[in-house]
Design a protein around this ligand. Structure first.
Ligand code: FES
Length: 305
């Protein structure tokens, strides 16, 4: 294809218009996710901070592309590629949050804002690739002042890609620093002491409305409740929606998930969604001295092994 300078300029301008609109819409989709998906903040704050940086980069590149700044063409392609890879790569972090990859993928792809974000990053990549001929042409010709019209090299692409990756990676690392969230319960301690090895509670010390927290299997948080009729109930505290850690509210005797608002009753049944599956329960035994032991899992949520 033989190109003239005006053709190359106007062709690139049209594609930058698409890139600009795509970036601004993806800013909206990212901001919507940040504002509405509590699991980002409760479960994966490092991902939330990474997404904030992506949203900021998209906003700036969106505006600059709409203003027709040719020097952001290549950084835009790099940002779109990185954004797409990171959003898809998010799926494989599922085991970090006690979920299987297929379950987490089905959750993410069920979020329209996530799908839109992916589609828009892909639109930026496609527009960028379509602009290759224009960009190559403008990278060869010089203006009247002898300056190149556009810088278009693999090296420049990689420089932008790495710079954005460092920015986003810095936010993710900062968010990975473990600070215990104030509203979450400590699950590795019980309110009881002097228990024999392996026991989770002493029935003589259990009281209605005063739960005991324990891990079973190791690393999985659970709650032990004494019911008003004297029976015991032990439940997983990982929400069956997306595995956020729930909170027991003694005033209403319910288990509440801070991520998307699911509520379970004290038997683990779903009172309010989006969770649809009851909390798995823990099978218990009580020895002749009244000590309580966990001995198995009943039911299966998406979060347990
Ligand atoms: S993780 Fe979504 S409601 Fe619990």
């Amino acid at each position: 294809m033989s190109l003239s300078r005006p053709d190359a300029r106007s062709g690139l301008k049209r594609l930058q218009l698409i890139m600009g609109v795509s970036f601004l819409l993806s800013t909206f989709a990212g901001a919507y996710l940040l504002a509405t998906d509590g699991s980002l903040w409760n479960l994966a704050i490092s991902h939330a901070l990474g997404l904030i940086i992506i949203v900021m980069i998209d906003a700036v590149l969106g505006v600059l592309n709409l203003l027709g700044r040719r020097n952001v063409y290549l950084p835009s392609l790099a940002a779109g590629t990185l954004g797409f890879l990171l959003q898809v790569g998010d799926i494989v972090t599922a085991p970090q949050y006690n979920m299987t990859i297929p379950y987490f993928a089905s959750y993410l792809f069920g979020l329209w804002a996530y799908d839109l974000l992916l589609a828009l990053q892909l639109a930026v990549i496609v527009a960028g690739v379509f602009g290759t001929n224009y960009a190559r042409y403008l990278a060869r010709v010089r203006t009247g002042r002898g300056r190149k019209q556009l810088s278009y090299t693999k090296r420049d692409f990689l420089k932008s890609f790495v710079a954005f990756a460092v920015l986003i990676g810095g936010a993710v690392v900062a968010g990975s620093v473990k600070i215990p969230p104030p509203q979450q319960q400590t699950t590795t301690q019980t309110s009881q002491s002097n228990l024999p090895s392996g026991a989770i509670a002493d029935t003589s010390q259990l009281q209605v409305g005063s739960p005991v927290y324990f891990e079973y299997p190791s690393g999985y948080p659970n709650i032990l409740l004494k019911n008003s009729d004297g029976t015991l109930t032990a439940l997983s505290m990982l929400c069956t929606h997306v595995c956020c850690q729930c909170i027991y509210e003694s005033s209403s005797n319910v288990i509440f998930c801070p991520c998307h608002g699911s509520v379970f009753d004290a038997t683990g049944r779903v009172v309010r969604g989006p969770a649809q599956t009851p909390l798995p329960s823990i099978e218990l035994t009580v020895d002749s001295s009244g000590f309580v032991y966990a001995k198995g899992l009943n039911g299966r949520g998406p979060c347990l092994p």
